[in-house]
Design a protein around this ligand. Structure first.
Ligand SMILES: CC(C)(COP(=O)(O)OP(=O)(O)OC[C@H]1O[C@@H](n2cnc3c(N)ncnc32)[C@H](O)[C@@H]1OP(=O)(O)O)[C@@H](O)C(=O)NCCC(=O)NCCS
Length: 179
């Protein structure tokens, strides 16, 4: 069966997701340099984080736009092995735009797309256990805690930190998520 090509755009309630373009590099580099973003997203430094984002081979990356400006990025990757099929999501939002429900809007829009367009029945996300704001945002859209993955990821401090696996099944997206 032919693979479904990624959508060019995905609309949220307030944000707009569109496929990453090379010209987004400077803006996203500046966002990734912000301490409140780098802390959770750039364990190997800024250059590595930018290169990974723009050289993503496994996943598909979208810029998160608000009123025509780029405020972050969100990506999905898919496990397409027939009996284990699911998708994972990861994202970051610029510091000035955090805590305003925009991350929730972006993640809910992406999850809806993965369920309704890409046909997934299960979506996962895996923030650091210490990333309480991310966990709160994800639980608000319907993700549920599966469990702690011990010493899951190495942080900018060079030490291994616990991650929290959350998952969401089709039909569990909450009412407040975008339509
Ligand atoms: C994680 C992130 C994507 C969430 O997006 P956001 O737009 O900031 O999140 P929202 O505003 O939608 O929701 C955040 C929720 O956490 C709450 N919150 C904020 N700071 C918090 C804290 N320190 N502890 C617990 N909850 C907190 C907010 O009140 C809000 O909950 P509410 O809507 O019930 O009031 C964004 O903060 C971000 O990019 N952070 C830096 C990079 C990162 O951590 N990426 C995630 C990697 S998995």
């Amino acid at each position: 069966m032919p693979r479904l090509e990624p959508a060019q755009t995905i609309s949220g309630r307030r944000v707009w997701l569109r496929l990453l373009r090379p010209e987004d590099r400077d803006r996203l580099r500046a966002i990734l340099a912000e301490p409140e973003v780098a802390r959770w997203w750039a364990p190997n430094g800024l250059d590595a984080a930018v290169d990974e984002l723009f050289g993503e081979e496994e996943g598909v990356v979208y810029a998160i736009e608000l009123d025509g400006g780029v405020i972050g990025a969100i990506e999905y990757d898919e496990e397409n092995e027939r009996d284990y099929r699911h998708a994972g999501i990861d994202l970051f939002v610029a510091t000035d735009y955090q805590g305003r429900g925009l991350g929730r809007d972006a993640v809910a829009s992406m999850a809806r797309h993965l369920f309704e367009v890409r046909g997934h029945h299960r979506v996962v996300i895996d923030p650091a256990v210490a990333n309480e704001r991310a966990i709160r945002a994800y639980e608000r859209v319907g993700f549920r805690r599966v469990g702690v993955m011990r010493s899951y990821e190495r942080g900018p401090d060079g030490r291994w930190h616990d991650g929290l696996l959350l998952d969401m099944l089709r039909g569990e997206l909450t009412d407040e998520s975008p339509r």
